[in-house]
Design a protein around this ligand. Structure first.
Ligand SMILES: [Zn+2]
Ligand SMILES: [Zn+2]
Length: 186
């Protein structure tokens, strides 16, 4: 595979597009549906409207198209981020939209196996979901609260509510199907 290409998932039709990195600044369009690919969906925390913002405008203090409030751009758009017993409430339970929590530990070989898969999915679905990582050794309270008995376990949250979970190092396709189902869930 050419390392200078990025796989970008179209947030409108779901098609995967391979875009040369150098072309990402030229407002690339989806090969299937023709919609722009460089947009990130950011939900307005004031009115709840979804705003599609081109990546190149993310640092220009974008505002909500419906109510005019400033949009909060999280620093971990497109990348898994660490959560802990202390931050779980704020980063997962109080976060609107779709959050997948990867319960893992450093000694767990199957966890290491799915880590790059989750990195990839976080990037492909940037703007649609957040992927959080919970080290169960360091954060036993959250792990026991959700009855995580074996790892890896993926917990799927929608608007702070646990709606699904997957146990084991499952194939990317399976995890992806569950991510799509989570994003479509209202
Ligand atoms: Zn498309
Ligand atoms: Zn708004």
């Amino acid at each position: 595979m050419n390392t200078e290409e990025m796989v970008v998932r179209c947030l409108y039709c779901g098609a995967k597009n391979r875009i040369p990195k150098a072309r990402m600044h030229d407002r690339p369009l989806c090969g299937r549906c023709g919609k722009p690919l460089d947009e990130i969906v950011i939900r307005c925390l004031n009115c709840g409207a979804k705003n599609r913002i081109p990546e190149t405008k993310l640092n220009e203090h974008p505002r909500c198209g419906r109510c005019g409030a400033s949009l909060i751009i999280t620093q971990h758009q497109g990348r898994p981020f660490e959560v802990s017993d202390a931050t779980f409430e704020k980063e997962v339970l109080s976060t609107p939209g779709s959050v997948v929590v990867d319960c893992w530990a450093p000694w767990c070989a199957p966890c290491r196996l799915i880590a790059p898969v989750l990195d990839k999915l976080a990037a492909e679905y940037a703007g649609g979901i957040l992927i959080a990582k919970l080290n169960v050794d360091k954060n036993p309270l959250t792990a026991s609260r959700y009855n995580v008995l074996s790892i890896p376990t993926l917990l799927f949250f929608k608007n702070g509510e646990l709606v699904n979970s997957l146990v084991g190092a499952l194939p990317k396709e399976t995890i992806e199907q569950n991510i799509i189902a989570l994003m479509r869930k209202n």
